[in-house]
Design a protein around this ligand. Structure first.
Ligand code: CA
Length: 235
């Protein structure tokens, strides 16, 4: 299993030994890497290096990994960047917080090269974006036809407003991702929309009312926004 050609991984870790080790493992698998030793530098490189994924140590001096993760998710430019947290065994309660703040996965130190690269590969595959020109999206019994602007559940038409449709489309294109209210607002209503993030909550609620299967599928992520649960291998 070769690494997807040219994928770039940003590694943020303040312990030089671990940083070098992770870099070595990933480069051996064919990934390109960029490295940072502080959270501030990591945030900067997350924008300038255009990485495909970030490996983020939890315990950093200055701003820690949790804060870095939160800022990555809050910035529209990096909001969809996959993040794997690196943690020590003793920090496992922080992992829960990390996942709530939008990390996609975590690896506990010490780790084997195989475990590390397997997690990276799995996450990149799982989060592969649906192409923008895909004419149809689906989620279990729900089907969205973008050409005809139609949504059906088990073949029955569900009338949606333009914004509800846009919101659902954005969620379906990014299953498993934490999407902040700001990111959703910008994606669906546009940057110059003169409204509040409350608008997003109202529309999510309406989507759930109109499409009951979304009631469990769209989960609210504490203080951040929403996530559409992964639908599983069948979709
Ligand atoms: Ca550290």
């Amino acid at each position: 299993m070769a690494a997807p050609a040219g994928k770039k991984i940003l590694i943020v870790e303040d312990e030089k030994d671990i940083l070098d080790l992770v870099k070595l493992y990933l480069e051996k698998e064919g990934y390109r890497t960029a490295t940072a030793t502080t959270g501030v530098e990591g945030l900067k490189l997350a924008k300038t290096e255009h990485p495909d994924l970030v490996i983020l140590d939890l315990m950093l001096t200055g701003i820690d990994g949790l804060e870095v993760c939160k800022r990555i998710r809050a910035d529209p430019q990096t909001a969809l960047l996959p993040v794997i947290m690196l943690t020590a065994k003793a920090e496992e309660s922080d992992v829960v917080v990390g996942l709530e703040l939008g990390a996609d996965d975590y690896i506990t130190k010490p780790f084997s090269p195989k475990a590390l690269t397997a997690r990276v590969k799995a996450l990149l595959r799982r989060l592969e974006r649906k192409p923008d020109d895909a004419p149809r999206l689906s989620y279990g019994a729900l089907a969205m036809d973008l050409t005809r602007h139609e949504v059906t559940v088990d073949g029955h038409d569900i009338p949606l407003t333009a914004k509800e449709f846009g919101l659902l489309e954005h969620l379906l294109r990014h299953p498993g991702r934490v999407l902040t209210r700001d990111v959703l607002l910008n994606a669906v209503w546009g940057y110059d929309y003169y409204g509040t993030t409350r608008t997003v909550d109202v529309h999510v609620r309406r989507l759930k009312q109109k499409i009951p299967l979304l009631d469990d599928a769209i989960v609210s992520v504490k203080s951040l926004g929403y996530k559409l649960k992964d639908a599983g291998p069948s979709s």
